[in-house]
Write a protein that binds this ligand. Structure first.
Ligand code: SF4
Ligand code: FES
Length: 248
């Protein structure tokens, strides 16, 4: 296939970026999207040009780093997959593909397609954990019975990989889907109830400090989430927040 690319190039956080055109020939459908970028980078390096910086690690949909806005959609045209799981067979010979970093005030561009997502880390640090007694008297997790339905819902919430596609998809750049998944995975389990009040108050406060927008229930986040994180988590977080605020 012959593919035309329009890729965001930006030298550093302080520089103004712009879209740059590249043409690639001999692209095969079985190549992954990131392999296609690897080949382009090899060509650029051979020509003595700067390669395109993009984040990636696991390349199997687990780490959440490969955050690319492809043809205007976070992670590209296919649903329930990350950019690293996307293959070139999803495109046609002669297609033009635009590749940009995720856009949000709280995710500033560091270079080319790489964004700073440490805002998510700080939300996690604000309460996305449980405090466990590690003195040697830790209760075995399996000795605490948990209803199957709640265990399943907690597991589904814990599937969030922190990629940021929900923020990139939202017209308000809201991080409610991410934060609600991190709140829900603990709120549903007895182990998470001990710190539940502080957790939701602190995580929501940090989310606001980071400059993410408000949720206006459009649901674009759920549509673009590669892990199928449900809007039900946002409803659960809102209930948790209301109850915590009344206690506070
Ligand atoms: S909720 Fe989905 S889209 Fe948002 S960070 Fe988690 S996995 Fe990514
Ligand atoms: S590189 Fe890890 S999810 Fe894509």
């Amino acid at each position: 296939m012959k593919i035309y690319l329009k890729i965001w190039r930006q030298k550093d956080a302080a520089s103004k970026g712009k879209m740059v055109d590249y043409t690639m020939e001999g692209i095969e459908g079985d190549m992954s999207f990131l392999e296609m970028l690897d080949i382009l980078n090899e060509e650029l390096i051979t020509k003595g040009e700067e390669p395109i910086e993009f984040d990636h690690d696991c390349r199997e949909g687990i780490c959440g780093t490969c955050s690319l806005q492809i043809n205007g959609r976070p992670h590209g045209p296919d649903t329930m997959i990350t950019a690293c799981q996307l293959h070139m067979r999803s495109f046609n010979d002669g297609d033009t593909i635009t590749i940009e970093p995720f856009r949000a005030k709280a995710f500033p561009v560091i270079k080319d397609l790489i964004i700073d997502r440490t805002a998510f880390d700080r939300i996690q640090q604000a309460g996305g954990f449980i405090s466990v007694n590690t003195s040697g008297h830790t209760i075995d997790a399996n000795s605490i019975p948990i209803e199957k339905e709640k265990a399943d819902d907690s597991f589904y919430a814990a599937a969030c990989i922190g990629c940021g596609a929900c923020v990139a998809a939202c017209k308000n750049a809201s991080a409610m889907l991410f934060t609600s998944a991190k709140v829900s995975q603990f709120a549903l389990l007895p182990q998470g109830r001990v710190e539940a009040t502080d957790r939701v108050l602190n995580m929501v406060r940090q989310m606001d400090i980071e400059g993410f927008g408000n949720c206006t229930n459009t649901g674009a986040c759920e549509v673009e989430c590669p892990k199928g994180i449900s809007l039900e988590n946002i409803a659960r977080m809102n209930r948790e927040y209301l109850s915590a605020s009344l206690k506070g």
